[in-house]
Write a protein that binds this ligand. Sequence first.
Ligand code: ATP
Ligand code: MG
Ligand code: MG
Length: 383
Amino acid sequence: MWNSPKVGILGGGQLGRMLVESANRLNIQCNVLDAENSPAKQISFHHGHVTGSFKEREAVRQLAKTCDVLTAEIEHVDTYALEEVASEVRMEPSWQAIRTIQNKFNQKEHLRKYGIPMADHRELVENTPEELAKVGEQLGYPMMLKSKTMAYDGRGNFRVNSKADIPEALEALKDRPLYAEKWAYFKMELAVMAIKTKDGVLSYPTVETVQEDSICKLVYAPARNVSDKINQEAQALARKAVSAFEGKGAFGVEMFLLEDNSLMLCEIASRIHNSGHWTIEGCALSQFDSHMRAILDLPVPAKSLEIRTPSIMLNIIGGATPDSHLKATEAALSIPNASIHLYSKGDAKPGRKMGHVTVTAATMHEAETMIQPLIDVVDEMRA
Ligand code: ATP
Ligand code: MG
Ligand code: MG
């Protein structure tokens, strides 16, 4: 057996699980830090896992002792614990990159120095109605009030349509560090998975993401009705943005395509990302394969990131009842060319990502036709 280094993963949710699936095929042992029986641990039988949270210092120290390289499936980890163990174990990407990225305001301040286009934004210091009203005058309405930290699936965003919404917005995001963003009038949301290796930054083709209630619902790869020029520009922007951070591995770069065809960065995730799940079926190397190879300094041939077949990914999200995701899965079983991924998270909660389905076909039109009946089922089951 190939004597690979041991990889420690902070977080054992669906992203960790798909990372372990990839690692398993190369005989790479992954030691997962998360709760007992978390989705990633369920498919990895050995005694090297650590029970605890990626937010607990002691648990991170314990994980560091058991592996050669650390990585994370989530950006909301204790970076002070990672800083502490930095002399003992390699962390990819770096704790500095994760610390900057996990605070969306700091992330943007950092990227601004590299000339990355972004929506104009303002920091809030006091979180008072007066302060936000002043920001509203500067940015105009609507504007997006955002939590700087612990944001995911739009939980941390509040659309402020007018001055009258200010009290409700501050109440919804109370006790959180805040900033506000100018509204981005986008015609489409795009995303690029960038892979930072020891030799440079590579990128997968540009995809189109469709958010519903601020949660990613669909990903079209490649992005529909987007010129090759924009596809290339988006990839170049993603690679440039990711180059601003230290360390190796996959980064998800979310962008807005504006009416005038210019691009703006929405945010970066320092990890494997929902917009890259289609690569499991759509490319020779999935984002999980590439991440694992990048952090272990194994070859990542650029050609392996090219798209092999148009793909559509649909998230299966917890709906009105605890088993609605299973009903959606049942429907997916009969969809031609549908690859089903369930995350084994137990009962669904509304809005929780329970699995995903990727449909591939010779043309995007064919893939759209095949997946439509499943989209109809999922729409019916919405909470
Ligand atoms: P994720 O699950 O991607 O981490 P998040 O909670 O960090 O989400 P964002 O990615 O910042 O939140 O925003 C979620 C969605 O809200 C975006 O995909 C976009 O649809 C919308 N959005 C965010 N910022 C703006 C903006 N400035 N103007 C208009 N829409 C926005
Ligand atoms: Mg985010
Ligand atoms: Mg986002």
